[in-house]
Write a protein that binds this ligand. Structure first.
Ligand SMILES: *Cc1c(COP(=O)(O)O)cnc(C)c1O
Length: 382
C-alpha cells in the first residue's frame, strides 16, 4: 500500500475515485445501481455504449475500472462468482491444452478441472509450486496456464510469483494468480510478472459476506479480446446490485486488510503458544516456511489462519464451541468465521492428491476487537 497506482493515484485514493466520477445528471456521489437489462438506441444498430446488459452495465464498468486500477492492470472483467471467472478464463483454452495447478489450490478450482473441464478435454496436473524448479520440470509442450494461488487455501503456502512467472514464460505458458487471500491491498501479482489475476470477489473485496462475485484482471493483449468475447458469449455476469456492493467493499479494502492482518497475526501468535494446538499455518509467523518470501512479496500477511489440533473429533468440537467465530464456510468478511476444511470447504478434494488433514481448522479473522476473538478461541480450546 501507499505506492502510486494508475494515474499516480495511491491505492487508498484509487479505491475511492478510480472509475467513480459523480453521476452526471443529478450529481449522485455514488455510482448508481443501473438496474436495467437493455438500453435505448438512437438509431437502428447504434447503441450509446451497450446494446444489452449481458455485454455491459455502468455499475459493473465502475467496479471493473476501480479493481483494474487497484491491481495495476489494464482491464478487469467482473463475473457472477469466482468460479464463473475461472471457467470463463479457462474456456479461452482448447481441448488438448494442459493446465498446471498448485497442489493445494482452492477445492472448487480443482473440481472445475477434474469434474468439468477435464472431461471436456483439458489436461491438468498438480505440483508443489513452493519450489519454482518443480514448476519448470512439470511444464509440458502443451501447457498453456500455470495456476498459482498464494497464500493458498487452506495451508497458506507461499509461492514466489516472480520465479514461477519466469519459469512458466520460458515454457510458453501464461501465469494466473488467484489473489483472493491477499487482495491487491497486500499483493500485486501483475507487477511481479503474472499475466492474469483471479478473484473471488465474494471474499475480502466484497468484505461483508453479502454477495457472490468474481473478477479477472489482465494487461495481456492476447487475452483481453478473447475474454471480452466470452464474457458476452458465455454470460456468467454479475447483476448491478452485486457490482454496487463489490464497489462499496473496495472503498474500505485497504483499511479492512490492515485490521484483518493485525488481528490474524495476534491470533496466530496466541495459537502458536497454546498447548492444545499442534501446528499453526500463518505466513506472518517467523517459523512459517514461506515467511521471508511473503515479507518480500506482500505488504501484509492476510486475514486467514489455519491450525491443527490433536484429533479430527477435537477439531469438530472446537469449531462448534466458538461463539464469536461463526461456524460457516467462506472467508474475508468483517465477521470472524471458523470451519473444518476436511468435511466442509475441501470435501470435494477428499481422496484426491490435494486432500486436507481432518485435524485442520481454518479461521477467517474479522474486524472485531482482537482480544474478544482470542478469548473466544481460548474458551473453545478449553
Ligand atoms: C471462494 C474462492 C474461490 C471461488 O469463488 P466463488 O466466489 O465462491 O465462486 C476461488 N478461489 C479462492 C481462493 C476462494 O477462496
Amino acid at each position: 500500500m501507499g505506492d502510486p497506482t494508475g494515474d499516480a493515484m495511491r491505492f487508498e485514493t484509487a479505491a475511492i475515485h478510480a472509475g467513480q466520477d459523480p453521476e452526471p445528471v443529478y450529481g449522485s456521489v455514488n455510482v448508481p445501481i443501473y438496474q436495467t437489462s437493455t438500453y435505448v438506441q438512437e438509431e437502428v444498430g447504434t447503441p450509446k455504449v451497450w446494446d444489452y446488459a449481458r455485454g455491459g452495465n455502468p455499475t459493473r464498468a465502475a467496479f471493473e475500472a476501480a479493481l483494474a486500477a487497484l491491481e495495476g492492470g489494464e482491464r478487469c472483467f467482473a463475473f457472477a462468482s469466482g468460479m464463473a471467472a475461472e471457467t470463463t478464463l479457462l474456456l479461452t483454452l482448447r481441448p488438448g491444452d494442459h493446465v498446471l495447478l498448485a497442489d493445494d489450490v482452492y477445492g472448487g478450482t480443482y473440481r472445475l478441472l477434474s469434474k468439468v473441464l477435464g472431461p471436456w478435454g483439458l489436461a491438468f496436473d498438480t505440483c508443489d509450486m513452493t519450489d519454482p524448479r518443480t514448476v519448470e520440470a512439470a511444464i509440458r509442450a502443451n501447457t498453456r496456464i500455470v495456476w498459482v494461488e498464494t497464500p493458498s487455501n487452506p495451508l497458506l503456502k507461499i509461492v514466489d510469483i516472480a520465479a514461477v512467472s519466469s519459469a512458466a514464460h520460458a515454457g510458453g505458458a501464461k501465469v494466473v494468480v488467484d489473489n483472493t487471500f491477499a487482495t491487491p491491498a497486500a499483493q500485486r501479482p501483475l507487477a511481479l510478472g503474472a499475466d492474469v489475476v483471479v478473484h473471488s470477489v465474494t471474499k475480502f473485496i466484497g468484505g461483508h459476506s453479502d454477495l457472490i462475485g468474481g473478477a479477472l484482471v489482465t494487461s495481456d493483449a492476447d487475452l483481453v479480446e478473447p475474454v471480452a468475447f466470452l464474457v458476452n458469449a458465455v454470460g456468467a455476469v454479475p447483476g448491478p446490485m452485486d457490482c454496487y456492493l463489490a464497489l462499496r467493499g473496495l472503498k474500505t479494502l485497504a483499511m479492512r486488510m490492515e485490521r484483518h492482518a493485525a488481528s490474524a497475526g495476534a491470533i496466530a501468535a496466541f495459537l502458536d503458544s497454546h498447548p492444545k494446538v499442534n501446528q499453526v499455518y500463518y505466513p506472518g509467523l517467523p517459523g512459517h516456511p514461506g515467511h521471508d518470501l511473503a515479507a518480500r512479496q506482500m505488504t501484509g500477511f492476510g486475514g486467514v489462519v489455519s491450525f491443527t489440533v490433536g484429533s479430527a473429533v477435537e477439531a469438530l468440537k472446537v469449531a462448534r464451541r466458538t461463539e464469536l467465530f461463526f461456524l460457516a464456510e467462506s472467508l474475508g468478511g468483517v465477521e470472524s468465521l471458523i470451519e473444518v476444511p476436511g468435511p466442509m470447504t475441501h470435501a470435494s478434494v477428499a481422496g484426491s492428491p490435494i486432500e486436507v488433514s481432518p485435524e485442520l481448522i481454518r479461521l477467517s479473522v474479522g474486524v472485531e476487537h482482537p482480544d474478544d476473538l482470542i478469548e473466544d478461541l481460548g474458551r473453545a480450546l478449553g
